[in-house]
Design a protein around this ligand. Structure first.
Ligand SMILES: Cc1cc2nc3c(=O)[nH]c(=O)nc-3n(C[C@H](O)[C@H](O)[C@H](O)COP(=O)(O)OP(=O)(O)OC[C@H]3O[C@@H](n4cnc5c(N)ncnc54)[C@H](O)[C@@H]3O)c2cc1C
Length: 375
C-alpha cells in the first residue's frame, strides 16, 4: 500500500528526505512556505562532513555532483588576535575531502533536482489523527489536507513541532549579526588577502568575528557577542537602518585592528540573528503519524553540525520508509531513537563550543581550534 507522506519545509532536511524517497520511487509531497526557490537569499556557505552531510548525499546519489561544486580549499582557516597579529594559519588542503564547503544555494539546487515542490504552502498547524483518517495539515490560506505521515522539517520555529512537543527555542545569550561583501577579489583585494581561501576569525572578550569566503568572490561576515536580546534598544540602534547597525557594531568592536573593522565598514546589509536553541537532548513521546527532522527537532548553536545532521536524518528516514516496513509507525519510532542519540551528542558539543568561542577568555577559542584542526 502506498502511504500518503508529506514533508513540511524545503530546507536541507526536507529536500534530502524527499530526494532520497524520490530516488527509491516513493511519492512524497513537499510543502514549502517560500513562494519560490529564489524568494529570499539562500544564506552562506556550509561545510559538509564526510560522515554526515556527504553520507546523506551518497544516499541521494549526488556525491559526484557535490565533488564538482564543493570547495575543499574553503577549509583553510586563519585566526588573528584583536590587534591583527596572526595567531594560527591552517592552509588550504585541496585533497582533503573531510569538510569541503558548498554554497547553500548550490546545495539547494542539487537537492531540488527532480522534485516537484509545492511552493507558497504556509503550514499553520499539524493535528495528529485520532479517529480521523490520517494527520490533518492546515494552511494559512484556509485549506487543509490529510496524510498518513507528516514530517516536520520546518526549521527553528516549526509549526509541526507543537503536534509532538510543547518545547520552544530559548535565547542562548549570544547574538549574531551578519553582513556580506561582493567581488572581494576585485573590489576589496586587501580584504581578500586577509580572508584567504577559506575563513579568518578573530576572538575577543565575549565577542568574535568570522569572515568566510563563498563562491564567486562573495564573503559573509558574522559577528557574535554576548548581549541581552534587546541590546539594540539599549544602544538606541535602528535594526532596519544599515548605518545605525554599522555604527553600533563598530562601537562594540572598538579598538580591534583596522583591517578587521574594514569588514564591517564595507559590509552591505546587516542581518540580525539572536541565537536560539532547543534544550540539549530534546525528545518527545512518540506520536503516530508525525515526526520532526533537523532544526525543528534539535535546534543547536550554528557551529557546523545543523545542516549536516538535518540532511543525514532526512536520508535515513527516507531509506527506512523506502525499505517498505510492515509497520510504518514502528520504522519512524526506531528512526527517532537513532536521531535523538546522535543529535543529543552534537547538541552537547556545539553548546560547549559556543561557550568557548564567545567567552570571557579569548584563549578558549584558540584552544578549541587547536583541538579540532589537523596538526
Ligand atoms: C549563520 C549560520 C551558519 C551555519 N553554518 C552551518 C554549517 O556550516 N554547517 C552546518 O551543518 N550547519 C550550519 N548552520 C545550521 C544550518 O543552517 C541549519 O541547521 C539547517 O539549515 C537546518 O536545516 P532544516 O532543513 O532543518 O531547517 P531550515 O534550513 O530552517 O529549513 C526549514 C524550511 O522550512 C520552511 N518553513 C518554515 N516554516 C514553514 C511553514 N510553516 N510551512 C512550510 N514551510 C515552512 C522554511 O522556509 C525553510 O525552507 C548554520 C546556521 C546559521 C544561522
Amino acid at each position: 500500500m502506498r502511504h500518503r507522506i508529506a514533508v513540511v519545509g524545503g530546507g536541507p532536511a526536507g529536500l534530502t528526505f524527499a530526494h532520497v524517497l524520490h530516488r527509491h520511487g516513493c511519492p512524497v509531497t513537499v510543502l514549502e512556505r517560500d513562494p519560490s526557490p529564489d524568494a529570499r537569499p539562500p544564506g552562506g556557505t556550509l561545510d559538509l562532513h564526510e560522515e554526515l552531510g556527504q553520507l546523506a548525499l551518497d544516499k541521494a546519489g549526488l556525491r559526484a555532483e557535490f565533488r564538482t561544486l564543493s570547495r575543499p580549499e574553503g577549509q583553510a582557516m586563519r585566526i588573528l588576535a584583536t590587534d591583527g597579529t596572526v595567531l594560527r594559519d591552517w592552509p588550504a588542503r585541496p585533497d582533503d575531502r573531510a569538510n569541503p564547503e558548498i554554497d547553500r544555494g548550490q546545495l539547494r539546487d542539487l537537492l531540488l533536482g527532480p522534485l516537484d515542490v509545492q511552493w507558497d504552502r504556509d503550514v499553520t498547524q499539524v493535528v495528529p489523527g485520532k479517529d480521523r483518517d490520517g494527520v490533518l495539515v492546515r494552511f494559512a490560506d484556509g485549506r487543509q489536507e490529510t496524510f498518513d505521515l507528516v514530517v516536520g522539517a520546518d526549521g527553528a520555529w516549526s509549526r509541526t513541532r507543537p503536534a509532538v512537543s510543547p518545547v520552544t527555542p530559548h535565547y542562548t545569550g549570544v547574538t549574531s549579526v551578519e553582513t556580506s561583501l561582493d567581488d572581494v577579489d576585485t573590489s576589496h583585494p586587501d580584504l581578500a588577502r586577509l580572508i584567504g581561501d577559506g575563513s579568518v576569525a578573530v576572538y575577543g572578550v565575549n565577542r568574535g568575528l568570522v569572515a568566510q569566503r563563498n563562491s564567486g568572490g562573495h564573503v559573509k561576515v558574522y559577528v557574535r557577542f554576548r548581549a541581552p536580546l534587546d541590546w539594540h534598544t539599549e544602544l538606541d540602534l535602528d535594526l532596519a537602518d544599515v548605518e545605525s547597525v554599522r555604527s553600533g557594531l563598530l562601537a562594540l568592536f572598538d579598538g580591534w585592528a583596522t583591517p578587521v573593522l574594514e569588514l564591517l565598514r564595507r559590509g552591505t546589509a546587516f542581518v540580525h540573528r539572536p541565537l536560539h536553541v532547543l534544550p540539549v537532548s530534546h525528545t518527545w513521546a512518540h506520536v503516530p503519524g508525525v515526526t520532526l527532522l533537523g532544526d525543528a527537532a534539535h535546534l543547536m548553536p550554528p557551529l557546523g553540525a545543523g545542516a549536516n545532521l538535518a540532511m543525514l536524518e532526512g536520508a535515513e528516514l527516507a531509506e527506512a520508509i523506502a525499505a517498505g516496513p510492515a509497520d510504518l509507525d514502528e520504522a519512524v519510532r526506531a528512526f527517532e531513537e537513532q536521531m535523538w542519540a546522535r543529535a543529543g551528542m552534537w547538541a552537547k558539543i556545539t553548546t560547549a563550543g559556543l561557550e568557548r568561542l564567545v567567552s570571557p577568555d579569548p584563549a578558549e577559542a584558540l584552544a578549541l581550534f587547536d583541538q579540532v584542526q589537523p596538526s
